[in-house]
Design a binder for this molecule. Structure first.
Ligand code: NAP
Length: 484
């Protein structure tokens, strides 16, 4: 049992937990500690080890600007490569010695008397002047409660809890879900399984993702490009911004939809399968999928695409909602995640409510990093409402810089605690909702995990990466209550 006092307590050991710690270290602050329920660094890239798991934005997006890496073997790195890179980054900044693994945050409250966070964890109590929540936004799996699921006698698991060594070879496998995880695992299972039955509730737009190997000659120039361009200036980021502006801000949706439709028509001949694979919502409403293998895989003789969900499971079968039975040995739930998890149920505001209770299904945070009622607390990347622009590591970096700037500003102004005002938080959220309403994620005609209880987008930063960098480089003291 530990009872410790530190200046900064960081919760989470993915890329967004590494960044605040690295920025503190680079700025000479060593009085911090990381707690994580996992047994190593890597976050989503530690947890998700299913066959075919790889990034769907270029590898350069999955590296930290202050820890460039030239060795990626493919343009879109496989999960073990990203996981190992993040482990090297943590080791480089000496973070293993400052981390308690297998230590889960249970509860946190602000002490008015001590001016610090009191954090209860599975390994004892911590006190911290600053609390950083970097617990990921796709961390808590959705495991649907389908009738009879407990009766199944074969293996059944979620993509994020893949049994080590399981390949599906020779098995009849059902995959429920056709999001980013589903399509990657289906393409791999198709190569080895006796049969793959894909339960697709909603078709999503797919665009190709050729993934060339990077040879030694190219690696040298790739390395130079990475070193010469800051993450914000890189061509890769500019290109990605184009795509994500379409999704989140409603720009150029027609163009991207045309690319995806042309690709579908090029890959799949007219007929019932093409019809089933044609989305009935706008491009970007569901997260666009990137694969050059999936549309080919679902046309192979050992794959059946069932264009509906599953309604019942028995000892050895999955029934589709039309009553048809599919006999299987294994069921893979590629059914996604609870966005942001439940961490905000465990964080208590000064008024005693949890942050989640206060949000009432409409999460909000000033600049995606500061929560009203929670002094000296920073959301880093993961659970941040309006925080995530795409699945790179950038928002964690920007939040890490904001933390350091905030601590420096406080020190130079003799401030011990600062808490964003409700009006600043509300104004930020209102503006974000107005901007993001134009995007496909809100108005594209589907349900998706980034929508909140009021139909607003709770997952995206309301602008470009440049605007995120700009906003998070400034700490506007006028927006905060201060305790000297
Ligand atoms: P997801 O995008 O939320 O997809 C979940 C899928 O499960 C959807 O197709 C959903 O259908 C389906 N589903 C849910 N409940 C079901 C049920 N009861 N029966 C049948 N189908 C059901 O989850 P994900 O694929 O794990 O991806 C989550 C996120 O992880 C992605 O959006 C992406 O941000 C990230 N990711 C990234 C990468 C990468 O390369 N960087 C790779 C994998 C994942 P409906 O659409 O009808 O709800």
């Amino acid at each position: 049992m530990r009872n410790k006092r530190v200046k900064v307590l960081i919760v989470g050991s993915g890329g967004n937990g590494i960044s605040p710690a690295a920025y503190l270290t680079m700025n000479g602050e060593t009085d911090f500690h990381i707690i994580t329920k996992h047994n190593d660094f890597g976050g989503a890239w530690l947890q998700n080890g299913y066959p075919g798991c790889e990034v769907d934005s270029p590898s350069a997006v999955y590296q930290l600007s202050y820890f460039p890496y030239s060795g990626w073997s493919t343009q879109y790195a496989k999960q073990p490569e990203v996981r190992d890179y993040l482990r090297r980054a943590a080791a480089h900044f000496g973070l293993y010695e400052r981390t308690s693994f297998g230590c889960e945050l249970l509860y946190a409250r602000w002490s008015e008397y001590e001016l610090c966070w009191v954090v209860d964890s599975t390994k004892g109590e911590w006190r911290a002047d600053f609390l950083v929540l970097a617990t990921g936004f796709l961390e808590e799996p959705v495991f649907p409660k389908i009738e009879g699921v407990g009766d199944f006698t074969g293996q059944i698991f979620h993509t994020s809890h893949w049994p080590e060594g399981y390949t599906g070879s020779g098995d009849r496998v059902a995959v429920l879900g056709t999001g980013s995880s589903g399509i990657q695992v289906i393409a791999e299972l198709q190569k080895v399984a006796a049969h793959v039955t894909v339960f697709q509730r909603t078709a999503a737009w797919v665009i190709p993702k050729p993934n060339p190997h990077i040879d030694d000659a190219e690696r040298a120039s790739y390395h130079r490009a990475v070193l010469e361009s800051s993450q914000l200036q890189g061509d890769i980021f500019e290109t990605l911004e184009d795509g994500w502006s379409s999704v989140h801000l409603g720009q150029d949706i027609d163009r991207f939809e045309r690319i995806a439709r042309d690709y579908l028509h090029e890959q799949v001949p007219p007929g019932p399968l093409r019809d089933a694979l044609t989305p009935n919502h706008r491009y970007g409403c569901k997260r666009p999928l990137r694969s050059s293998e999936y549309l080919w895989a679902v046309q192979q003789p050992n794959v059946t695409l069932v264009p509906m969900g599953a309604s019942r499971i028995t000892s050895n079968s999955v029934f589709a909602t039309d009553g048809a039975e599919y006999k299987v040995d294994t069921i893979v739930m590629a059914t996604g995640f609870v966005f942001g998890g439940t961490i905000l149920n465990r964080i208590h505001r000064r008024d005693g409510q949890t942050v989640a209770q206060y949000h009432r299904g409409h999460p909000r945070a000033y600049k995606s990093v500061s929560l009203s009622g929670c002094p000296n607390l920073i959301l880093a990347g993961g659970p941040a409402p309006n925080g995530q622009i795409f699945n790179g590591l950038y928002s964690g970096e920007a939040a890490g810089k904001y933390l350091v700037t905030m601590m420096q500003t406080m020190a130079s102004n003799g401030i011990r605690a600062m808490e964003v005002t409700q009006s600043a938080e509300d104004e930020w959220k209102k503006n974000a909702d107005n901007i993001l309403r134009r995007g496909s994620t809100v108005s594209g005609g589907c349900a998706n995990y980034s929508q909140d209880s009021e139909g607003n987008n709770k997952a995206a930063w309301p602008g470009s990466l440049k605007s995120m960098a700009r906003e998070l480089s400034i700490v506007d003291l006028a927006k905060y209550y201060k305790v000297a």
